[in-house]
Design a protein. Structure first.
Length: 260
């Protein structure tokens, strides 16, 4: 397996492990990632995902020798089976309902860049080199950048990098808001894990609805996002976790949430 999984303290660790090939993604890795996202979505013990890679680089991009035949045949990413969730949110309507924290370092090219756009919190080492190299290889970013990058960093900033294939540094990505935290090389995983632990310790229903309603407003606009807020709030305020949150505050202790 090149995608390794383990669940610990309500965190699903999703490890990309193909360092000798710069973690270039094969078609099988794509399906393994899809199964990992499905597991995160379905596992009641998992509250947040943490995606990271082994070695000096997050990824050099796609393994083009493996994907060439697929693209030559005029096909995009492969069909997504029922036990997978597309990590790019492109090939199906299913999206992981739980938050995902991403840690990157070294090269973060093509699929790594676009997968990042479908995660919720990003930490990068200062030496990270981001790039959408597709226009230099004869095609264009097809795993979500054309849908999401301009919304994230503004039209002209997105075109600056998408239309040239130029690299973006870690500090520049941070300046533009593409990543939320910078860390010294080798410390990006540690910092991302700290953030994931904070998410995992929070009230699961609160996290779920905060993420769900924010996505709705981002996708369909503020007016569409208004309606569900108070019905959802009423449901959450009746939960055991809400009572635990108030009681822990009164008792000046850390809350222990159960997602109920």
């Amino acid at each position: 397996m090149t995608i390794n999984l383990k669940t610990e303290d309500h965190i699903l660790f999703i490890e990309v492990d193909r360092p000798k090939k710069y973690n270039a993604m094969t078609q099988e890795m794509y399906h393994q990632l899809g199964r990992a996202y499905f597991k995160l979505d379905a596992d009641p013990d998992a509250r947040v995902g943490l995606v990271y890679a082994v070695g000096p680089h997050f990824t050099a991009g796609l393994e083009l020798t493996d994907w060439g035949g697929t693209f030559d045949a005029g096909k995009g990413f492969p069909f997504v089976p029922e036990d997978e969730i597309d990590p790019f949110y492109m090939m199906s309507d299913a999206r992981c309902r739980k938050p995902i924290v991403l840690a990157v370092q070294g090269y973060c090219y093509t699929w790594g860049f676009e997968m990042m756009l479908n995660t919720d919190i990003r930490v990068a080492a200062t030496d990270t080199r981001f790039g959408m190299l597709e226009v230099k290889r004869g095609f264009f970013p097809g795993a979500g950048a054309t849908l999401r990058l301009a919304r994230e960093i503004g039209w002209a900033n997105a075109m600056r990098y998408m239309l040239t294939g130029d690299e973006m540094s870690g500090p520049e990505a941070y300046r533009l808001g593409l990543v939320q935290e910078l860390a010294e090389p080798g410390q990006q995983f540690t910092r991302a894990l700290e953030i994931a632990r904070h998410v995992a310790a929070a009230a699961p229903l609160g996290v779920e609805y905060a993420l769900k309603l924010s996505r709705l407003a981002a996708r369909e606009g503020e007016e569409a996002g208004k309606g569900p807020v108070y019905p959802a709030m009423e449901e959450v305020m009746k939960s055991e976790d809400m009572k635990e949150g108030l009681q822990s505050f009164i008792e000046r202790r850390a809350a222990v949430f159960k997602g109920k």
